[in-house]
Design a protein around this ligand. Structure first.
Ligand SMILES: *Cc1c(COP(=O)(O)O)cnc(C)c1O
Length: 234
């Protein structure tokens, strides 16, 4: 039935538009488009919106909650071989087992307890995930991520003690600040640590992020449309 509501077809069209913008931004920055991975952030959306995006051939998706992803992705994964799922939201250590089983990457390592739990589960399950350390570049009290001044020590702990292959750094700039400043800062930090992965850029700023070296952009609403508002205390 034709409704004014967002359909999956519109999502597929918007995906193509985002892909074109990513390619243009990469070329504009003297980079190869394929060096920027697009994570389609499907949180809050369900199968009717997600399936048309899968039908285009896109296979890389992001979710911010383990429980929610567990509810919808196993069925989609069996229908669409080759899906890669990235956890982009905070992880609790008691969810590490489920997270390692379901996801192919985690972008939110920020505490020793989580890093240890993930390392233990990867060993137990014989699975290697791509791992990013989240840095709270805006030093916001309520926000996840290691403080910038603690990032080097935390990455060293992950690499040297826990033998985790850290792929790079991730940040979510404060909403009211210029994202470029945070992207530049994170890129510098990653460079100092010899890390090449940069998980930066969302719907409103992924082109800027690409200019600063993003290897992974996490784009939700520009593909799937506006999300329903979260419950007050979510
Ligand atoms: C929701 C979310 C995104 C995508 O946000 P949009 O503005 O909809 O593109 C990216 N990163 C994280 C960590 C998110 O939680």
């Amino acid at each position: 039935m034709a409704q004014s509501m967002d359909t999956g077809d519109e999502a597929a069209e918007r995906l193509a538009d985002v892909q074109a913008r990513i390619a243009a931004a990469a070329r504009g920055a003297g980079r190869e488009p394929q060096d920027v991975r697009l994570i389609a952030v499907s949180k809050t959306f369900e199968e009717p919106q997600i399936a048309p995006v899968l039908d285009t051939g896109h296979r890389l998706f992001g979710e911010n909650r383990v429980q929610e992803a567990k509810g919808k992705w196993p069925a989609l994964k069996s229908r669409y071989p080759g899906v890669a799922l990235h956890l982009i939201g905070p992880l609790q250590s008691n969810k590490a087992r489920e997270a390692v089983a379901l996801f192919d990457a985690i972008h939110s390592l920020d505490r020793e307890k989580i890093a240890r739990a993930v390392a233990g589960e990867m060993a137990a399950q014989g699975k290697r995930l791509e791992l990013f350390v989240q840095v709270n570049t805006g030093e916001e009290p309520q926000k996840a991520g290691v403080m910038p001044q603690e990032a080097a020590a935390f990455v060293a702990l992950c690499r040297d003690e826990l033998k985790l292959a850290v792929a790079g750094l991730m940040c979510i700039p404060p909403v009211e600040e210029e994202p470029a400043v945070h992207f530049a800062f994170l890129a510098k930090l990653a460079g100092e640590m010899g890390l090449s992965g940069l998980s930066i850029g969302m719907s409103d700023d992924f082109e800027t992020a690409i200019a600063f070296g993003a290897t992974h952009v996490r784009v939700g609403s520009a593909i799937f449309g506006a999300r329903p508002p979260l419950p007050a205390n979510a």
